[in-house]
Ligand binder design. Structure first.
Ligand SMILES: NC(=O)c1ccc[n+]([C@@H]2O[C@H](COP(=O)([O-])OP(=O)(O)OC[C@H]3O[C@@H](n4cnc5c(N)ncnc54)[C@H](OP(=O)(O)O)[C@@H]3O)[C@@H](O)[C@H]2O)c1
Length: 296
């Protein structure tokens, strides 16, 4: 799997709320822009707007040229359930990782995405009731039937990854985790170290803290924002503070999943992020701002 070579992933979670991406034509233009920027990987989940985002991708991808369509790589996730019109009978948040659920959801995602294969299929959250051997076998079956090319996890602790990896002959390809200056726990909780040791790609969700970088006024957000503005003023090139935050994740070896639904913003963020080689002291300065304490 070539996910390690992509500089970033576009996350489609907010696409139906975005002015540029809510329509089929707009979404198709966003996909084309991603490909132009060298971003072949698009992140989805069965729950994003109850499957409507995957369906939008499917409709949009059909309008692209065959060449562009074949370059697109799709990530999808399953396993999260919550009360919503698209999930009848569900009365509270819970998780599922049993074989029947994985099979059913993978097939539903394939149909909506209009593709024969999902390039990377992730368990969205750890199911505490997971029988690891059954789940591992289900993922292996999806790979051997050609429905998915590779599998991985999301929001799994290092121990949970170990349990699943030990349960079968699975080569887990990625752990998709929250990682940004607003969420630095993975530096110390084993997730980053384990990914390096096992060769898992670290896919960083909410790399800008959702919208915290721009509009939150809690102490951490203010400190991070002030630090990034000061850094931006000091650096020779004019980068947005968003690009600096993205470069922070990249410096760790993570692949940021960009959540913007604006084409212009995506183009600028990616162009500026590519241009930043974050200096080690700048990286630690952002960490210090994030945590409010110096490293000892
Ligand atoms: N595995 C999981 O559990 C999990 C959880 C959450 C998300 N995800 C994935 O991660 C992806 C990214 O997450 P995210 O959307 O939270 O990422 P994010 O990039 O941290 O945040 C995106 C949000 O920030 C806004 N934004 C970006 N640049 C901005 C700027 N310069 N000024 C003002 N606002 C700006 C965007 O608004 P505009 O659209 O207006 O630019 C959007 O609302 C999702 O699409 C999804 O694929 C996975």
């Amino acid at each position: 799997m070539d996910i390690d070579t992509t500089p970033a992933i576009w996350g489609a979670m907010r696409a139906r709320q975005g002015r540029d991406t809510a329509s089929t034509e707009g979404f198709a233009r966003m996909l084309a822009t991603c490909l132009d920027l060298g971003i072949d990987w698009i992140d989805h989940a069965d729950i994003y707007d109850d499957g409507a985002v995957e369906a939008l991708h499917g409709e949009a991808a059909r309008t692209l040229s065959g060449g562009d369509r074949s370059r697109l790589r799709v990530i999808s996730k399953c396993g999260v359930r919550f009360a919503s019109p698209g999930q009848p009978g569900v009365r509270l948040h819970h998780y599922r990782a049993d074989a029947a659920w994985l099979q059913q959801q993978a097939e539903a995602s394939l149909a909506r995405l209009g593709t024969e294969r999902i390039d990377l299929y992730l368990l969205h959250r750890p199911d505490y009731l997971m029988r690891a051997e059954e789940t591992a076998r289900a993922l292996e079956d999806l790979i051997s039937s050609g429905k998915i090319a590779a599998c991985g996890v999301s929001n799994f602790s290092a121990h949970q990854v170990e349990t699943l990896a030990a349960a079968g002959n699975l080569a887990l390809a990625a752990n998709q985790i929250e990682l940004s200056p607003f969420h630095t726990a993975p530096l110390d909780n084993g997730q980053i170290d384990q990914a390096r040791r096992l060769g898992l790609a670290v896919l960083a969700w909410s790399p800008l803290g959702g919208q915290r970088l721009f509009n939150a006024d809690d102490e951490v957000s203010c400190r991070v924002r002030d630090c990034l503005y000061a850094m931006r003023a000091r650096l020779p090139d004019d980068h947005g503070i968003d690009a600096l935050a993205l470069a922070w994740s990249r410096r760790l070896g993570a692949i940021p999943i960009l959540g913007t639904a604006s084409r212009d913003r995506l183009e600028r963020q990616v162009r500026e992020m590519y241009a930043i080689e974050m200096d080690v002291q700048d990286w630690y300065e952002i960490l210090e701002a994030a945590r409010g304490v110096r490293v000892p």
